[in-house]
Design a protein around this ligand. Sequence first.
Ligand SMILES: Cc1cc2nc3c(=O)[nH]c(=O)nc-3n(C[C@H](O)[C@H](O)[C@H](O)COP(=O)(O)O)c2cc1C
Length: 195
Amino acid sequence: MRHSVSDLTAVIRDRRTIYPKDMSDRPVQRDLVEQLLGNAVWAPTHGMTQPWRFKVFVGAARQRLSEFLGTEYRRNTPPERFMQRKFDNMTERPLLANVVIALGMVRDPNEKVSLRDEQFAVACAVQNLHLTCTAHGLGGFWATGNAMTGEGMRDMLGLGPKDACLGLFFIGYPRIDWPKGYRKPLPDVVEWIDR
Ligand SMILES: Cc1cc2nc3c(=O)[nH]c(=O)nc-3n(C[C@H](O)[C@H](O)[C@H](O)COP(=O)(O)O)c2cc1C
């Protein structure tokens, strides 16, 4: 074996979504965020396009992000579908998490691999990021609502017309007990095919 499988398994199974409302205001240091992102970029990437671009919002920039999300939500939502609770959640979250990372995806100029593969690669990077958070005892939450993935967000981040934001990843130390998870038993999701 090249690594401790039991350590790896423990981190994978312990990774939990922890929401900003359950995060404390304990600062997450910049060098730690760099370590998280340093692991994120070791995700697999078809054609080595490395499509991820991370925009890290900290401090006062989170207030700007919060206001932007509120405006986007209003802009994208017809008045009859507007939900105050959703608006409040969306605008509060960036202020409750110590660090918010916008998950940018850029298209290769020659589009040498499919859009789907670029999205998959970014998703793998997010998993690396989230697992590294878990190893540090940090909570993480990936959110993908329309206000976070639409054209307005893409433009606000300075991404190009073929690029996209694949959501926001919120990071903070939890102020709750580490949550328990559950998964379906393997026989529900695995089929062996041998002839
Ligand atoms: C691509 C993706 C998008 C997600 N978006 C949201 C979201 O918008 N809102 C939300 O409450 N949870 C979101 N989640 C988190 C899931 O709800 C969470 O992963 C699931 O409940 C399993 O919990 P666990 O992560 O603790 O194992 C998202 C997860 C993924 C992978």
